[in-house]
Design a protein around this ligand. Structure first.
Ligand code: PMP
Length: 352
């Protein structure tokens, strides 16, 4: 730490992103990216946009914002695009957490980091032993609620009725539903934003829309919420969406059929892999996301992670209580999943 670092950040533990190793070619199943490339249309739009890179992008990102609004049947004023959904999550912690924030003890690790960064006091409600959410915790709190639905790294989703129960219980308390993984089988709360002004739904282009490298996310909610978030955006980074990413995003929204086909492939590969993992003795949560959260009764999670890595397969292991026995395995192509299963079989044969 330099002598110039602001003391208020001295104790901050930053978020640790999943490994992006450069040392060898891994079967990369550790950061929930899509295994499918962006569409040809997205590539074409990006190359056209590249010819205008000498100009700043549209700070309102009008074309893509309108496309997203039309796609979900909401107004332009109900949508805000950001540099990955991480950015809008940070904005939400800055904008809406004067009374504190509440989220599960096991969830997306960035929530607590954003809370710390912004000096937001937060409560982590313990999940049940089976990793399901205790609904009453969220119904009863006055703090701004952050719920990843499906949750990460468990993949377990709440039903819309349950989200609605939380929303209805305290109309003056904001609920932020992070739907990063919603396109792989869970129900989206986007339509509820038309009914509840205390709901902000957050989406990303990083998973189902193959754009993790493009950094695009967005929020959908009541226009006053979006207006507040814009105040934060224009006070930090008005040009938060670069031309190339906006162009790629446009292509991926227009090529929705391709996106839906890819989601279905991931869902099918998830079912296929779960069956294979069960045959090897693994158990896992009921994931509706593009990952499987699995553990083996005889070999520790850490050992499986390290052995897989040695053999060129990368999964995500969390050194956190209640999670250490598990690995989060991104669902990729059928070929990638076959490599995973074959490698796991070899490991188990050696270890057991
Ligand atoms: N929310 C959840 C639950 C996530 O797992 C992730 C991805 N790590 C994000 C948000 C952020 O995604 P991005 O910034 O790529 O949009």
């Amino acid at each position: 730490m330099s002598k110039f670092f602001n003391s208020k950040y001295a104790k901050l533990t930053p978020y640790t992103p999943g490994e992006q190793p450069q040392d060898m070619q891994y079967t990369k199943l550790n950061t929930n990216e899509s295994p499918f490339p962006v569409s040809a249309k997205a590539v074409k739009y990006v190359s056209e946009a590249a010819e205008k890179l000498q100009l700043y992008p549209d700070p309102e990102c009008r074309q893509l914002t309108q496309k997203i609004a039309d796609y979900y049947g909401v107004g332009f004023e109900n949508v805000l695009l950001t540099n990955g959904s991480d950015e809008i999550l940070n904005f939400a912690f800055m904008a809406f957490c004067e009374k504190g924030a509440a989220f599960p003890d096991i969830t997306y690790g960035f929530y607590s980091v954003f809370a710390e960064l912004n000096g937001v006091e937060y409560t982590e409600f313990p999940l049940n032993d089976d990793f399901t959410v205790k609904l009453d915790d969220y119904i009863n709190t006055d703090k701004t609620v952050f719920i990843a639905n499906p949750n990460a790294p468990t993949g377990i989703a709440l039903k819309l009725e349950e989200i609605e129960k939380i929303l209805r219980s305290k109309p003056n308390r904001l609920v932020i539903v992070d739907e990063a993984y919603v396109d792989f089988g869970a129900d989206s709360a986007v339509n509820l934003t038309k009914k509840y002004d205390n709901l902000l739904v957050i989406h990303t282009f990083s998973k189902s829309r193959s754009l993790a490298g493009g950094r695009l996310g967005y929020g959908i909610g009541n226009k006053d919420l979006i207006c507040d978030l814009n105040t934060i955006k224009y006070s930090t980074n008005p040009y938060n969406i670069n031309r190339l990413s906006a162009a790629a995003g446009l292509g991926m929204i227009e090529d929705d059929e391709y996106v839906r086909e890819n989601c279905q492939k991931i869902i099918d590969n998830r079912t296929y892999t779960e069956k294979k993992l069960a045959e090897l003795g693994f158990t896992f949560t009921n994931s509706l996301a593009n990952f499987i959260f699995a553990k083996h009764p005889l070999v520790s999670g850490k050992e499986i992670y390290l052995e897989l890595k040695k053999r060129g397969v990368l999964v995500r292991h969390f050194d956190k209580e209640r999670l250490t026995e598990y690995n989060r395995i991104t669902v990729g192509t059928k070929e990638q999943m076959d490599i995973l299963v074959k490698t796991l079989k070899e490991i188990l044969e050696e270890k057991i």
